[in-house]
Design a protein around this ligand. Structure first.
Ligand SMILES: Nc1ncnc2c1ncn2[C@@H]1O[C@H](COP(=O)(O)OP(=O)(O)OP(=O)(O)O)[C@@H](O)[C@H]1O
Ligand SMILES: [Mg+2]
Length: 382
Protein backbone atom coordinates (compact mmCIF):
# COMPACT_ATOMS: atom_id res chain seq x y z
CA UNK A 1 0.00 0.00 0.00
CA UNK A 2 1.27 3.46 -0.90
CA UNK A 3 1.63 6.12 1.76
CA UNK A 4 -0.57 9.16 1.30
CA UNK A 5 1.39 12.35 1.38
CA UNK A 6 -0.14 14.41 4.15
CA UNK A 7 1.27 12.18 6.87
CA UNK A 8 3.25 8.99 7.12
CA UNK A 9 0.80 7.24 9.42
CA UNK A 10 -1.66 5.45 7.17
CA UNK A 11 -4.44 5.80 9.72
CA UNK A 12 -4.52 9.53 9.78
CA UNK A 13 -2.84 10.65 6.60
CA UNK A 14 -5.84 12.22 4.95
CA UNK A 15 -7.45 15.55 5.43
CA UNK A 16 -11.09 16.06 4.81
CA UNK A 17 -13.47 18.68 3.51
CA UNK A 18 -16.25 19.46 5.89
CA UNK A 19 -18.22 20.78 2.95
CA UNK A 20 -18.06 17.73 0.78
CA UNK A 21 -20.32 15.19 2.36
CA UNK A 22 -23.76 14.94 3.82
CA UNK A 23 -23.97 13.96 7.50
CA UNK A 24 -25.86 10.75 6.93
CA UNK A 25 -26.45 8.32 4.13
CA UNK A 26 -30.02 9.50 3.73
CA UNK A 27 -29.11 13.16 3.74
CA UNK A 28 -27.93 13.59 0.16
CA UNK A 29 -27.22 17.21 -0.75
CA UNK A 30 -26.16 16.94 -4.36
CA UNK A 31 -26.95 13.84 -6.36
CA UNK A 32 -25.09 12.94 -9.51
CA UNK A 33 -27.33 11.67 -12.26
CA UNK A 34 -26.32 9.34 -15.01
CA UNK A 35 -26.87 10.56 -18.57
CA UNK A 36 -29.84 8.86 -20.14
CA UNK A 37 -31.37 8.04 -16.76
CA UNK A 38 -34.10 10.25 -15.32
CA UNK A 39 -33.56 8.96 -11.81
CA UNK A 40 -31.04 6.78 -10.11
CA UNK A 41 -31.49 3.13 -10.55
CA UNK A 42 -33.71 2.06 -7.70
CA UNK A 43 -32.62 -1.53 -8.09
CA UNK A 44 -29.19 -2.57 -6.88
CA UNK A 45 -29.68 -0.54 -3.71
CA UNK A 46 -27.16 -1.35 -1.01
CA UNK A 47 -28.54 -3.62 1.75
CA UNK A 48 -28.26 -2.78 5.41
CA UNK A 49 -26.63 -5.55 7.49
CA UNK A 50 -26.36 -6.01 11.23
CA UNK A 51 -22.95 -6.59 12.78
CA UNK A 52 -24.20 -9.99 13.91
CA UNK A 53 -24.95 -11.00 10.31
CA UNK A 54 -21.51 -9.91 9.10
CA UNK A 55 -19.78 -11.60 12.05
CA UNK A 56 -21.61 -14.81 11.18
CA UNK A 57 -20.51 -14.82 7.53
CA UNK A 58 -16.84 -14.12 8.40
CA UNK A 59 -16.66 -16.61 11.31
CA UNK A 60 -16.36 -13.66 13.68
CA UNK A 61 -13.85 -11.81 11.51
CA UNK A 62 -11.40 -14.67 11.78
CA UNK A 63 -7.79 -14.06 10.62
CA UNK A 64 -8.19 -16.93 8.16
CA UNK A 65 -10.76 -14.85 6.31
CA UNK A 66 -8.58 -11.74 6.16
CA UNK A 67 -7.84 -10.85 2.52
CA UNK A 68 -6.20 -7.46 2.85
CA UNK A 69 -5.62 -4.38 4.90
CA UNK A 70 -5.49 -0.73 3.84
CA UNK A 71 -5.25 2.64 5.52
CA UNK A 72 -8.85 2.46 6.67
CA UNK A 73 -9.16 -1.03 8.01
CA UNK A 74 -9.16 -4.75 7.37
CA UNK A 75 -10.90 -6.56 4.52
CA UNK A 76 -12.44 -10.01 5.12
CA UNK A 77 -13.91 -12.60 2.83
CA UNK A 78 -17.38 -13.90 3.62
CA UNK A 79 -20.19 -16.01 2.19
CA UNK A 80 -23.70 -14.64 1.81
CA UNK A 81 -26.98 -16.28 0.84
CA UNK A 82 -26.00 -19.76 2.14
CA UNK A 83 -22.69 -19.66 0.31
CA UNK A 84 -24.17 -18.54 -3.01
CA UNK A 85 -22.44 -15.14 -3.00
CA UNK A 86 -18.89 -14.40 -1.93
CA UNK A 87 -18.34 -10.91 -0.59
CA UNK A 88 -15.49 -8.73 0.66
CA UNK A 89 -16.22 -6.91 3.91
CA UNK A 90 -14.23 -3.82 4.85
CA UNK A 91 -14.31 -3.00 8.53
CA UNK A 92 -13.36 0.66 8.87
CA UNK A 93 -11.15 1.94 11.67
CA UNK A 94 -13.24 4.87 12.66
CA UNK A 95 -11.09 7.76 13.72
CA UNK A 96 -13.84 10.19 14.61
CA UNK A 97 -15.98 11.87 12.01
CA UNK A 98 -13.39 11.66 9.22
CA UNK A 99 -13.78 7.95 8.71
CA UNK A 100 -17.53 8.35 8.93
CA UNK A 101 -17.48 10.93 6.13
CA UNK A 102 -15.53 8.59 3.89
CA UNK A 103 -17.99 5.87 4.73
CA UNK A 104 -20.97 7.99 3.73
CA UNK A 105 -19.35 9.10 0.47
CA UNK A 106 -18.51 5.50 -0.37
CA UNK A 107 -22.05 4.26 0.26
CA UNK A 108 -23.63 7.17 -1.62
CA UNK A 109 -21.36 6.98 -4.63
CA UNK A 110 -21.54 3.25 -5.02
CA UNK A 111 -25.30 3.15 -4.45
CA UNK A 112 -25.85 5.66 -7.22
CA UNK A 113 -23.25 4.77 -9.82
CA UNK A 114 -23.27 1.39 -11.51
CA UNK A 115 -20.92 0.30 -14.25
CA UNK A 116 -19.14 -2.97 -15.15
CA UNK A 117 -15.80 -1.30 -14.31
CA UNK A 118 -16.83 0.00 -10.88
CA UNK A 119 -16.90 -2.36 -7.93
CA UNK A 120 -20.41 -3.21 -6.79
CA UNK A 121 -21.43 -2.31 -3.26
CA UNK A 122 -23.73 -4.99 -1.87
CA UNK A 123 -24.40 -3.43 1.51
CA UNK A 124 -23.23 -1.69 4.61
CA UNK A 125 -23.48 -1.88 8.39
CA UNK A 126 -23.90 1.04 10.77
CA UNK A 127 -24.54 -0.82 14.04
CA UNK A 128 -23.49 1.44 16.91
CA UNK A 129 -19.99 2.76 16.23
CA UNK A 130 -19.30 0.12 13.63
CA UNK A 131 -18.94 1.05 9.96
CA UNK A 132 -18.58 -1.81 7.49
CA UNK A 133 -18.89 -2.01 3.73
CA UNK A 134 -19.87 -5.17 1.88
CA UNK A 135 -18.57 -5.39 -1.71
CA UNK A 136 -18.75 -7.95 -4.44
CA UNK A 137 -15.71 -10.20 -4.05
CA UNK A 138 -13.00 -9.71 -6.67
CA UNK A 139 -11.23 -13.08 -6.84
CA UNK A 140 -7.91 -11.88 -8.27
CA UNK A 141 -7.50 -9.10 -5.70
CA UNK A 142 -5.81 -5.85 -6.62
CA UNK A 143 -3.66 -4.97 -9.61
CA UNK A 144 -0.90 -4.05 -7.17
CA UNK A 145 -0.40 -7.68 -6.14
CA UNK A 146 -0.08 -8.84 -9.75
CA UNK A 147 2.23 -6.12 -10.95
CA UNK A 148 4.89 -5.58 -8.31
CA UNK A 149 7.41 -7.93 -6.80
CA UNK A 150 5.78 -11.14 -7.96
CA UNK A 151 7.60 -14.33 -7.04
CA UNK A 152 9.27 -16.71 -9.48
CA UNK A 153 6.33 -19.12 -9.41
CA UNK A 154 3.78 -16.53 -10.45
CA UNK A 155 3.09 -15.75 -14.08
CA UNK A 156 3.58 -12.03 -14.81
CA UNK A 157 0.73 -10.11 -16.43
CA UNK A 158 1.03 -10.31 -20.21
CA UNK A 159 1.17 -7.17 -22.33
CA UNK A 160 -2.34 -7.84 -23.58
CA UNK A 161 -3.70 -8.23 -20.04
CA UNK A 162 -2.04 -4.95 -19.05
CA UNK A 163 -3.71 -3.21 -22.00
CA UNK A 164 -7.03 -4.82 -21.11
CA UNK A 165 -6.73 -3.57 -17.53
CA UNK A 166 -5.84 -0.07 -18.77
CA UNK A 167 -8.87 -0.07 -21.08
CA UNK A 168 -11.24 -1.21 -18.30
CA UNK A 169 -9.89 1.33 -15.83
CA UNK A 170 -10.28 4.04 -18.49
CA UNK A 171 -13.89 2.97 -19.07
CA UNK A 172 -14.66 3.13 -15.35
CA UNK A 173 -13.18 6.61 -15.17
CA UNK A 174 -14.97 7.61 -18.37
CA UNK A 175 -18.26 6.67 -16.74
CA UNK A 176 -17.48 8.85 -13.73
CA UNK A 177 -16.24 11.80 -15.79
CA UNK A 178 -18.61 11.72 -18.74
CA UNK A 179 -21.81 9.89 -17.79
CA UNK A 180 -22.39 11.02 -14.23
CA UNK A 181 -23.91 14.50 -14.01
CA UNK A 182 -22.35 16.39 -12.33
CA UNK A 183 -19.17 14.48 -13.09
CA UNK A 184 -17.45 12.58 -10.31
CA UNK A 185 -13.75 13.14 -9.66
CA UNK A 186 -12.40 9.86 -8.36
CA UNK A 187 -9.28 11.26 -6.62
CA UNK A 188 -7.76 7.95 -5.56
CA UNK A 189 -6.86 6.10 -8.73
CA UNK A 190 -3.97 3.73 -8.00
CA UNK A 191 -3.06 0.10 -8.54
CA UNK A 192 -4.34 -1.06 -5.14
CA UNK A 193 -7.76 0.39 -5.95
CA UNK A 194 -8.05 -1.47 -9.25
CA UNK A 195 -9.56 -4.86 -8.41
CA UNK A 196 -9.63 -7.80 -10.79
CA UNK A 197 -12.15 -10.52 -11.51
CA UNK A 198 -11.33 -14.09 -12.60
CA UNK A 199 -10.73 -12.90 -16.14
CA UNK A 200 -8.62 -9.87 -15.16
CA UNK A 201 -11.45 -7.45 -15.91
CA UNK A 202 -10.73 -4.43 -13.73
CA UNK A 203 -13.09 -2.54 -11.45
CA UNK A 204 -12.34 0.70 -9.64
CA UNK A 205 -12.90 0.56 -5.90
CA UNK A 206 -12.69 2.92 -2.89
CA UNK A 207 -14.88 5.89 -3.54
CA UNK A 208 -14.40 7.42 -0.10
CA UNK A 209 -12.34 10.19 -1.64
CA UNK A 210 -14.58 10.79 -4.64
CA UNK A 211 -15.91 14.29 -5.04
CA UNK A 212 -18.66 15.69 -7.18
CA UNK A 213 -17.04 17.73 -9.95
CA UNK A 214 -17.52 21.38 -10.91
CA UNK A 215 -20.93 22.48 -12.13
CA UNK A 216 -21.94 25.42 -14.35
CA UNK A 217 -19.11 27.72 -15.40
CA UNK A 218 -16.75 26.56 -12.69
CA UNK A 219 -13.65 24.81 -13.95
CA UNK A 220 -12.52 23.30 -10.70
CA UNK A 221 -13.50 22.63 -7.13
CA UNK A 222 -11.26 23.68 -4.25
CA UNK A 223 -10.47 21.07 -1.71
CA UNK A 224 -7.91 20.21 0.88
CA UNK A 225 -5.36 17.88 -0.59
CA UNK A 226 -6.04 14.18 -0.25
CA UNK A 227 -5.00 11.19 -2.24
CA UNK A 228 -1.98 8.97 -2.38
CA UNK A 229 1.58 10.22 -2.66
CA UNK A 230 3.00 9.85 -6.14
CA UNK A 231 -0.37 9.47 -7.85
CA UNK A 232 -1.49 13.01 -7.12
CA UNK A 233 -1.44 15.63 -9.88
CA UNK A 234 1.11 18.40 -9.17
CA UNK A 235 -1.39 21.29 -9.28
CA UNK A 236 -3.68 19.42 -6.91
CA UNK A 237 -0.83 18.59 -4.52
CA UNK A 238 0.33 22.21 -4.48
CA UNK A 239 -2.89 24.20 -4.52
CA UNK A 240 -5.75 21.81 -3.85
CA UNK A 241 -7.23 22.76 -7.21
CA UNK A 242 -9.14 19.67 -8.18
CA UNK A 243 -10.40 18.99 -11.69
CA UNK A 244 -11.18 15.94 -13.76
CA UNK A 245 -7.64 16.32 -15.12
CA UNK A 246 -6.27 15.43 -11.66
CA UNK A 247 -7.64 11.93 -12.26
CA UNK A 248 -6.00 11.90 -15.71
CA UNK A 249 -2.60 12.47 -14.10
CA UNK A 250 -3.19 9.52 -11.75
CA UNK A 251 -4.28 7.45 -14.74
CA UNK A 252 -0.96 8.31 -16.44
CA UNK A 253 0.92 7.08 -13.38
CA UNK A 254 -1.02 3.79 -13.35
CA UNK A 255 -0.39 3.35 -17.08
CA UNK A 256 3.34 3.89 -16.56
CA UNK A 257 3.29 1.35 -13.73
CA UNK A 258 1.57 -1.15 -16.03
CA UNK A 259 4.22 -0.57 -18.71
CA UNK A 260 7.24 -0.69 -16.42
CA UNK A 261 6.16 -3.02 -13.61
CA UNK A 262 7.61 -0.41 -11.20
CA UNK A 263 5.85 1.30 -8.31
CA UNK A 264 5.41 5.06 -8.54
CA UNK A 265 7.44 5.41 -5.34
CA UNK A 266 9.64 2.52 -4.26
CA UNK A 267 11.83 3.25 -1.25
CA UNK A 268 13.57 -0.12 -1.61
CA UNK A 269 15.22 1.02 -4.85
CA UNK A 270 18.53 2.89 -4.98
CA UNK A 271 18.62 6.71 -5.05
CA UNK A 272 17.57 8.05 -8.41
CA UNK A 273 15.27 5.10 -9.01
CA UNK A 274 12.85 5.54 -6.12
CA UNK A 275 10.52 7.79 -8.07
CA UNK A 276 9.19 6.12 -11.18
CA UNK A 277 8.68 9.46 -12.93
CA UNK A 278 12.25 10.62 -12.27
CA UNK A 279 13.69 7.28 -13.31
CA UNK A 280 11.56 7.07 -16.45
CA UNK A 281 12.16 10.66 -17.53
CA UNK A 282 15.18 10.14 -19.85
CA UNK A 283 13.51 7.18 -21.51
CA UNK A 284 10.10 8.78 -21.97
CA UNK A 285 11.36 11.54 -24.21
CA UNK A 286 13.46 9.33 -26.47
CA UNK A 287 11.60 6.83 -28.59
CA UNK A 288 14.75 4.77 -29.13
CA UNK A 289 14.99 4.22 -25.38
CA UNK A 290 11.36 3.16 -24.90
CA UNK A 291 12.29 -0.53 -24.72
CA UNK A 292 14.23 0.24 -21.52
CA UNK A 293 10.96 1.27 -19.90
CA UNK A 294 9.20 -2.01 -20.59
CA UNK A 295 8.85 -4.35 -17.61
CA UNK A 296 11.67 -6.95 -17.85
CA UNK A 297 9.08 -9.54 -16.72
CA UNK A 298 7.45 -9.15 -20.14
CA UNK A 299 10.57 -10.69 -21.67
CA UNK A 300 10.15 -8.50 -24.76
CA UNK A 301 6.74 -10.02 -25.54
CA UNK A 302 5.04 -6.89 -26.87
CA UNK A 303 4.99 -5.04 -30.17
CA UNK A 304 7.31 -2.00 -30.26
CA UNK A 305 4.73 0.12 -31.99
CA UNK A 306 2.16 -0.61 -29.33
CA UNK A 307 4.70 0.15 -26.61
CA UNK A 308 5.49 3.54 -28.22
CA UNK A 309 1.83 4.47 -28.34
CA UNK A 310 1.12 3.33 -24.78
CA UNK A 311 4.09 5.40 -23.54
CA UNK A 312 2.88 8.38 -25.58
CA UNK A 313 -0.53 8.19 -23.90
CA UNK A 314 1.10 8.01 -20.46
CA UNK A 315 3.30 11.04 -21.23
CA UNK A 316 0.29 13.06 -22.34
CA UNK A 317 -1.55 12.22 -19.13
CA UNK A 318 1.48 13.24 -17.04
CA UNK A 319 1.84 16.73 -18.47
CA UNK A 320 2.29 19.39 -15.81
CA UNK A 321 -0.22 21.71 -17.46
CA UNK A 322 -3.51 20.01 -16.62
CA UNK A 323 -5.28 21.63 -19.57
CA UNK A 324 -3.01 19.78 -22.02
CA UNK A 325 -3.84 16.39 -20.55
CA UNK A 326 -6.26 14.44 -22.76
CA UNK A 327 -9.82 13.70 -21.74
CA UNK A 328 -10.65 10.21 -20.54
CA UNK A 329 -12.82 9.82 -23.66
CA UNK A 330 -9.76 10.26 -25.89
CA UNK A 331 -7.63 8.01 -23.69
CA UNK A 332 -10.25 5.24 -23.75
CA UNK A 333 -10.50 5.42 -27.56
CA UNK A 334 -6.72 5.31 -27.98
CA UNK A 335 -6.27 2.39 -25.57
CA UNK A 336 -9.17 0.46 -27.07
CA UNK A 337 -7.54 0.89 -30.45
CA UNK A 338 -4.25 -0.49 -29.11
CA UNK A 339 -6.03 -3.48 -27.57
CA UNK A 340 -7.90 -4.16 -30.82
CA UNK A 341 -4.59 -3.98 -32.71
CA UNK A 342 -3.05 -6.38 -30.25
CA UNK A 343 -5.88 -8.85 -30.80
CA UNK A 344 -5.87 -8.55 -34.58
CA UNK A 345 -2.09 -8.93 -34.76
CA UNK A 346 -2.19 -12.06 -32.60
CA UNK A 347 -4.93 -13.45 -34.90
CA UNK A 348 -2.83 -12.83 -38.00
CA UNK A 349 0.22 -14.07 -36.06
CA UNK A 350 2.51 -11.15 -36.50
CA UNK A 351 1.26 -9.84 -39.86
CA UNK A 352 2.12 -6.16 -40.17
CA UNK A 353 -0.72 -3.75 -39.58
CA UNK A 354 -1.43 -1.10 -42.21
CA UNK A 355 -3.71 1.06 -40.12
CA UNK A 356 -2.69 4.06 -38.06
CA UNK A 357 -3.30 4.76 -34.40
CA UNK A 358 -5.32 7.79 -33.33
CA UNK A 359 -3.22 10.91 -32.70
CA UNK A 360 -1.24 10.04 -29.62
CA UNK A 361 2.13 10.89 -31.12
CA UNK A 362 5.12 10.51 -28.84
CA UNK A 363 6.28 13.77 -27.32
CA UNK A 364 9.65 15.45 -27.30
CA UNK A 365 11.38 17.80 -24.85
CA UNK A 366 9.98 16.20 -21.74
CA UNK A 367 11.23 18.26 -18.80
CA UNK A 368 11.07 17.73 -15.08
CA UNK A 369 10.44 20.67 -12.85
CA UNK A 370 13.48 20.79 -10.52
CA UNK A 371 11.37 21.92 -7.53
CA UNK A 372 9.09 18.96 -7.92
CA UNK A 373 12.04 16.69 -8.56
CA UNK A 374 13.42 17.61 -5.14
CA UNK A 375 10.16 16.57 -3.51
CA UNK A 376 10.17 13.14 -5.11
CA UNK A 377 9.90 14.29 -8.71
CA UNK A 378 6.61 13.33 -10.09
CA UNK A 379 5.70 15.20 -13.15
CA UNK A 380 6.88 15.91 -16.64
CA UNK A 381 6.26 18.86 -18.87
CA UNK A 382 6.07 18.48 -22.61
N1 LIG B 1 -13.90 -6.26 -3.17
C1 LIG B 1 -12.74 -6.87 -2.92
N2 LIG B 1 -12.52 -8.12 -3.37
C2 LIG B 1 -11.35 -8.73 -3.13
N3 LIG B 1 -10.31 -8.18 -2.47
C3 LIG B 1 -10.48 -6.94 -2.02
C4 LIG B 1 -11.69 -6.21 -2.20
N4 LIG B 1 -11.54 -5.00 -1.63
C5 LIG B 1 -10.29 -4.96 -1.14
N5 LIG B 1 -9.64 -6.13 -1.34
C6 LIG B 1 -8.27 -6.48 -0.93
O1 LIG B 1 -7.95 -5.79 0.26
C7 LIG B 1 -6.79 -4.99 0.07
C8 LIG B 1 -6.91 -3.75 0.92
O2 LIG B 1 -7.86 -2.88 0.34
P1 LIG B 1 -8.09 -1.43 0.88
O3 LIG B 1 -8.94 -0.72 -0.11
O4 LIG B 1 -8.58 -1.50 2.28
O5 LIG B 1 -6.65 -0.77 0.97
P2 LIG B 1 -5.67 -0.24 -0.15
O6 LIG B 1 -6.41 0.08 -1.41
O7 LIG B 1 -4.54 -1.21 -0.27
O8 LIG B 1 -5.13 1.08 0.49
P3 LIG B 1 -5.91 2.44 0.79
O9 LIG B 1 -6.48 2.31 2.15
O10 LIG B 1 -4.87 3.49 0.71
O11 LIG B 1 -6.99 2.58 -0.25
C9 LIG B 1 -6.74 -4.73 -1.45
O12 LIG B 1 -5.45 -4.42 -1.88
C10 LIG B 1 -7.26 -6.04 -2.00
O13 LIG B 1 -6.22 -6.97 -2.08
MG1 LIG C 1 -8.28 0.51 -1.68
Amino acid sequence: MMNCFSCTNAKNFREYDEDMVPRSIHDTVVSPRVSGQKNYQKTNVARSFTLKELAAITQNFQEANLIGEGGFGKVYKGQLDCGMTTVAIKQLNLEGLQGNQEFIVEVLMLSLLHHPNLVNLIGYCTDGDQRLLVYEYMPMGSLETHLFGIGPNKEPLSWRTRLKIAVGAARGLQFLHCKANPPVIYRDLKCSNILLDDDFNPKLSDFGLAKLGPVGDNTHVSTRVMGTYGYCAPEYAMSGKLTLKSDIYSFGVVLLELITGRKVIDRSKKTGEQSLIVWAHPFLSNKRKHAQLADPMLGGRYRNRCLHHAIAIAVMCLQDDATFRPSIDDIAVALEYLLAQEDSSSRTSGAKSQTHAPQVSPTTNVKLDPKIQERGGYYVSV
